[in-house]
Design a protein around this ligand. Structure first.
Ligand SMILES: Cc1cc2nc3c(=O)[nH]c(=O)nc-3n(C[C@H](O)[C@H](O)[C@H](O)COP(=O)(O)O)c2cc1C
Length: 200
């Protein structure tokens, strides 16, 4: 199933073809492939080159470890994410290594690293579905995550599955068109809320 972005300007196919599925194929992701995804994340830009992101990965090939990570998600996310071959927690270091001060951009940089990983995933015909619906303190306790780190997101990775494998309304939702705000409401110039000339 394709949910290609409908764009006003042409964008790269790797970006246009990306979307967030809940149905994943029953197919493992090879370790070298996972390596390539996290290598892509590793080369993201970051404030002071702090690289504040940390990832915890679990695959369904190791059921106990997979359950440990699955239990860090809220129930509605567990319902579909349990069928993904790979689950990941996104964690940030809250302070800078060079001076110990709070890193206000750590979450930004985790997002950027995850974005790079997501583009690499598209190149490998994989899909990534991010989740804010997590249980951060459960994750902290299950993985003994130190106080200087925050668990921010989780994401599922896998090959595209059959929407009909999802229960009831979820299979219809999986087919729903993707929606976006217009460029004019997102990109301004000269003054607040005034669309840039290419965006209006
Ligand atoms: C930071 C973040 C948190 C998200 N949290 C959840 C979540 O907890 N559960 C879920 O099903 N989808 C979650 N999503 C997926 C979004 O709902 C999805 O990206 C959005 O609807 C746009 O759809 P698209 O990615 O298919 O274009 C999250 C996405 C992001 C980036």
């Amino acid at each position: 199933m394709s949910k290609q972005a409908e764009t006003r300007y042409p964008i790269h196919e790797l970006l246009a073809s990306r979307w967030s599925p809940r149905a994943f194929a029953d197919r493992t992701v090879a370790p070298e492939t996972l390596g390539a995804l996290f290598e892509a994340a590793r080369w993201a830009a970051s404030c002071f080159n702090e690289q504040p992101w940390r990832f915890i990965v679990a695959t369904r090939e190791q059921p106990n470890e997979f359950e440990r990570l699955l239990g860090c998600l809220v129930e509605p996310n567990q319902a579909w994410a349990k069928a993904a071959p790979v689950l990941v927690l996104g964690v940030v270091k809250k302070t800078f290594a060079h001076n110990g001060k709070p890193n206000a951009h750590a979450r930004h940089d985790l997002g950027l690293a995850t974005g790079g990983l997501t583009v690499q995933a598209s190149a490998l015909e994989l899909y990534v579905h991010a989740m804010a619906g997590i249980l951060p303190e459960e994750a902290r306790s299950r993985y003994q995550i130190p106080e200087d780190y925050d668990v921010v997101t989780a994401f599922a990775i896998g090959y595209l599955g059959d929407p009909d494998s999802l229960p009831g309304a979820a299979s219809q939702q999986e087919r729903a068109p993707r929606e976006r705000r217009t460029l004019a409401t997102q990109v301004f110039a000269d003054t607040w809320d005034a669309p840039a000339n290419f965006a209006g």
